[in-house]
Each structure stands twice: as structure tokens, then as C-alpha cells.
Design a protein around this ligand. Structure first.
Ligand code: FAD
Length: 438
């Protein structure tokens, strides 16, 4: 049994099915893909959720190749990025003198810390994890304006969490999984990232059941009973093993019997996921494919959308954190108008023919975007994030503690949980998967 048909659950289910096991996937939404979702807006393919893939993200790149899905290099030019900070446009990152030297030292320190970490178990032999990124920058003497610039890059345009809540150690580990400071986001998926989940779900066929939120997981000696609700009422099924591939925010509504270990209960109760909005501006004429801006406005960062026949017809904005939150209190149409006006201040562009936005905190089955690791969280929760208890195995992007909340992490932890179950069922012969009842 697999709970959740995001990239992680679908990858796990494929692994189980390939091993000849009988599998059922239960998904709360009416579609596969979870935090990946591809749409067509005025003829342009856009990724409303997960979009960019890092060169260092080998598991998802291998999966895409297996599914015959092409990855395109992302043609932005980081070195030509525009910076729009405190109402002014800059041609490069607006840090100078001492602040620039501290920023460089920060990147060197991140590499140094990560070089000593075991990326598969970064909670083991970890150094002290008591500093946030802001603590570290403050200790080194960076000015408030400098910290604002780093906050803009790392938080408002990236991780979704204020610098004073983000662990310096966990950030170092995450950066290492992306190939180092300044690396990442090298590819996009042809046809949108949603096409990976769509291909996986199509390969699995009828065993994926949608609109079926799981409500209870009961374990006994030789298996697990999983209960869910579907249109015709409550249902349940017995399975030998269950892979849970849902965000931690969603565990709060699933009852476990017996209760999971205390560390997992604390993790599920306290896990915080950041708020992200993506906004798409579609134009009548193609835009420059190298368009790339980092801003401290509610636009976050902006890049050209996927090229269609070599040309980009739109701009995508990814925004998070401090500048976005007050904006979300405004009515949607006003937000969209304001976003288009802000974009016009950065680039001389005509009026967009269409503006579409998606706010992920509004999605009931996600309730946020990326999981945040604050100081001490890695040591407290890292080992529990991809653990198993009894016949229940945890997967999901957050199952890979070194880099929670990437598409690659979802695939990686799905593969790991799927393989662990196949291995366990090779050696344990008690219990038998049964047909759904009820
Ligand atoms: C706006 C945005 C942009 C992003 N950009 C990138 C990016 O560029 N690159 C990148 O690598 N990553 C990105 N990510 C992150 C990435 O999309 C996710 O980390 C990854 O897709 C998560 O996959 P998952 O399978 O672990 O979880 P999910 O995709 O969240 O799937 C979990 C599934 O479980 C289902 N579920 C929840 N509760 C229940 C229940 N009780 N019963 C049954 N089903 C349930 C949900 O409906 C969902 O379908 C982005 C995310 C967002 C939101």
C-alpha cells in the first residue's frame, strides 16, 4: 500500500510493482503529482509547482530518462541577472566591501561544513547546529542592508523561510546536495514537471485511486489496516507494508494505532512548511529567454517560462517569505494587477495578455511548499524523517533529510522505501495482501 501519489509515492509504487508485488496507491486529490502540476495558459506550458531540476539531482534525471522524458537546459544567465532591491535596479548582486567579503566567506564556510557531513545521515557526527543563517551573518558583522540582500536571495527567492529561522548547518548540507553554492536549477522538464508524475501514474494504471484520503493506519502483528474515505463512503484494506509519502503537515489528520514513536509525533506536530506563490505573465510576443531578476518585492525572482519552439512567451515569478506575506492579504485580482505593475518597473514589457497565480499554502493537501529546518531540527528529527516504524515506511521528499522538499528527494526517498519493502517481503513470509474490502 502506498499513501500519496506525488512523485515519491508513485516512484515507490513503481518499484513495488516492478518487483511483482500487488500494490494499491491511495491519493487524496483527484490528480497525480502533488506539489508538481503542469498547466497550459494561453498556449504556454507552465509549472504551477516544482519546475527546476539540478544537474546534481541524479535520481530524477535517471527516472526522466527511463520514462523517455527530455530535460532542457535552463537558459537563464545568472551573471546577467538584474537585482531590484529597496526600489533600485542593479546589474549585479548589490553587496560591496565588507559585506561582499562576508558573503564570500559564508559560501566558503558552507562548503567546508558540508565536506565533513554524511549527506545520507547528516544528523550523525554533525557539528553544533545552534546558529541560524542570520546569527552567522550577524556574528561576522554583516550590515543590515547586506543581510537584507542575502535574505532576498536565500529566503524570499529560494527557501521560503526567514534567515533567522533557517539552520546554517542544514542549509550547508542542502547546498552540498545541489552541487555547491551558486549551483542548481540547471534543467527544466519538456512538457512540464507534471509530465513525470503523469507518466508514472499511467504506467501504474488502475492501482492508483484518486479522491481517497487516508484517515487511519492500524498496525497489528502481521500487517496494517489502512482506512480511507471515498465518494461512496469509508473503505479499508489490509496490506503487509505501507509506504507513507505525504507531507508532514498532512499527518495531523491521520490516526495511527498504535501511536508512532514520540519523535515522529513531535516532528509531525511541529513541521513548518513555507508559503510560496507562483505567478505567470503571458505576453502576445515572445520575451527574452535569458530574462532573470532577483527582487525583494512580492515578485520574488522572475525568469522566462519554458521555451516553446525555442521562444519564451511568458515570465514566471516565484515568491516567498517576508515580502509576499502581506501581499496575500489583498484580493486576488488586485494582487495580480500589482504584480504586473511591479514587473513593468523591472522590464520594459507590454501588458500581459494573461496573469495567473497559484498560492500553495491554499492547497489543503500540501499546506505549504518546502519544509523548513531550523537550528537543532536536523539533530532532533533528521533520523526520523525517512524512518520506518513497524510495517510503516516513511517516504516523501521530506524523507531525505539532507535536502527536504526537492523533486529529486521525493524520487530518492520513494526508491529507498520501495526497495526496503521489497527486501523485507523477500525475507518475511507472514501476512498476505488482500483485496480491498468495504
Ligand atoms: C511552488 C513550488 C515550487 C517548487 N519548485 C521546485 C523546483 O523547482 N525544483 C524541485 O526540485 N522542487 C520544487 N518544489 C518541491 C517539489 O515539488 C516537492 O518537494 C515534491 O514534488 C514533493 O513530492 P512528494 O511526492 O514528496 O510530495 P507531494 O507532491 O506533496 O505528494 C504527496 C501526495 O500525498 C497526497 N496526500 C496528502 N495527504 C493524504 C492523505 N491523507 N491520503 C492520501 N493522500 C494524501 C497529496 O494530495 C499529494 O498528492 C516546489 C514546490 C512548490 C510548491
Amino acid at each position: 500500500m502506498v499513501v500519496g501519489a506525488g512523485l515519491s509515492g508513485l516512484t515507490a509504487a513503481r518499484e513495488l510493482q516492478d518487483a511483482g508485488l500487488e500494490v494499491l496507491v491511495l491519493e487524496a486529490r483527484s490528480r497525480p503529482g502533488g506539489r508538481t502540476q503542469t498547466a497550459e495558459i494561453a498556449g504556454v506550458t507552465v509549472d504551477l509547482g516544482g519546475e527546476w531540476i539540478d544537474a546534481a539531482h541524479t535520481e530524477i534525471r535517471t527516472l526522466a530518462a527511463d520514462l523517455d522524458i527530455t530535460l532542457h537546459p535552463f537558459e537563464r544567465k545568472k551573471e546577467s541577472a538584474r537585482w531590484y532591491v529597496q526600489g533600485k535596479l542593479h546589474d549585479e548582486m548589490p553587496l560591496s566591501g565588507r559585506d561582499a567579503a562576508i558573503y564570500q566567506r559564508m559560501n566558503e564556510t558552507l562548503v567546508e561544513i558540508a565536506s565533513g557531513a554524511d549527506l545520507e545521515a547528516p544528523w550523525e557526527d554533525a557539528p553544533e547546529d545552534d546558529l541560524s543563517i542570520r546569527d552567522w551573518l550577524g556574528r561576522e558583522g554583516m550590515s543590515e542592508d547586506g543581510i537584507h540582500v542575502v535574505e532576498t536571495l536565500v529566503s524570499s527567492c529560494g527557501s521560503t523561510v526567514p534567515l533567522d529561522r533557517m539552520s546554517f548547518y542544514s542549509y550547508a548540507v542542502k547546498v552540498a546536495t545541489r552541487g555547491g553554492p551558486g549551483k542548481g536549477n540547471e534543467y527544466r522538464v519538456e512538457g512540464g514537471a507534471g509530465s513525470i508524475a503523469a507518466a508514472l501514474a499511467a504506467g501504474l494504471g488502475e492501482i492508483v485511486r484518486y479522491s481517497s484520503p487516508v484517515t487511519q493506519v492500524r498496525q497489528d502483528g502481521d500487517g496494517v489496516e489502512v482506512c480511507w474515505v471515498e465518494e461512496r463512503g469509508p473503505s479499508s484494506v489490509r496490506a503487509r507494508r505501507v509506504i507513507m509519502a505525504v507531507p508532514f503537515t498532512c499527518y495531523r489528520e491521520i490516526r495511527f494505532d498504535p501511536e508512532p514513536p514520540a519523535v515522529f509525533r513531535r516532528l509531525a506536530a511541529t513541521a513548518t512548511y513555507g508559503v510560496v506563490r507562483k505567478t505567470f505573465f503571458i505576453f502576445e510576443e515572445p520575451v527574452d529567454a535569458t530574462t532573470f531578476a532577483v527582487t525583494d518585492t512580492p515578485l520574488g525572482y522572475c525568469a522566462a517560462t519554458q521555451p516553446v519552439d525555442g521562444e519564451s512567451w511568458g515570465i514566471v515569478s516565484f515568491s516567498a517569505g517576508g515580502p509576499l506575506l502581506p501581499e496575500l492579504g489583498r484580493p486576488t485580482e488586485e494582487r495580480k494587477r500589482r504584480a504586473a505593475a511591479m514587473l513593468g518597473e523591472i522590464y520594459a514589457l507590454p501588458e500581459p495578455v494573461e496573469v495567473v497565480e497559484k498560492v500553495w499554502a491554499d492547497e489543503y493537501w500540501t499546506r505549504g511548499s518546502y519544509m523548513i529546518l531550523s537550528p537543532d531540527d536536523m539533530l532532533a528529527f533528521g533520523a526520523a524523517m525517512g524512518a520506518s516504524f513497524g510495517n510503516v515506511h516513511l517516504a516523501g521528499a521530506e524523507g531525505y533529510a539532507a535536502a527536504p522538499s526537492f523533486m529529486n528527494s521525493a524520487v530518492k526517498s520513494g526508491l529507498r522505501a520501495g526497495r526496503a519493502v521489497v527486501e523485507a517481503l523477500k525475507t518475511v513470509s507472514v501476512g498476505r495482501a488482500q483485496a480491498p474490502v468495504g
